[in-house]
Design a protein. Sequence first.
Length: 139
Amino acid sequence: MKLGRLNHVGVATPSIDQAIARYRDTLGATRIHAPFDFPSQKVRVCFIDTPNAQIELLEPLGPESPLHGFLRRNPDGGQHHLCFEVEDILATRDELLGKGMRLVPTPEPRIGAHGMPVLFVHPKDMGGILVELMQSPAH
Ligand code: CO
């Protein structure tokens, strides 16, 4: 596999509305997309554009959201994952499995919030960072 561009930084927050205000009013973000519910991963999502990558704000959606555990450990929110683009998600999956990486929750790519297939590598195999790999939209 070949590491592609940083697509986004996932940021968990207890309140997307408050997080949007912080990025807009404190940091001067101007390109803020409309938040939307993403029920298949039990999160509410808002993308904020920066000149070279996006921020993906993530708020729990419903009582079963996997984000609740993260927010119990980080009540104010925090960095949740990094997402890099790859050219071939299935070849990447097979290569990572061959290297003994744990893909969570399963090794089957899912459709991510950008509408492209994604995989997640367990943070324990990546130095403490949950890594999302996304099929490059340009491919
Ligand atoms: Co993401």
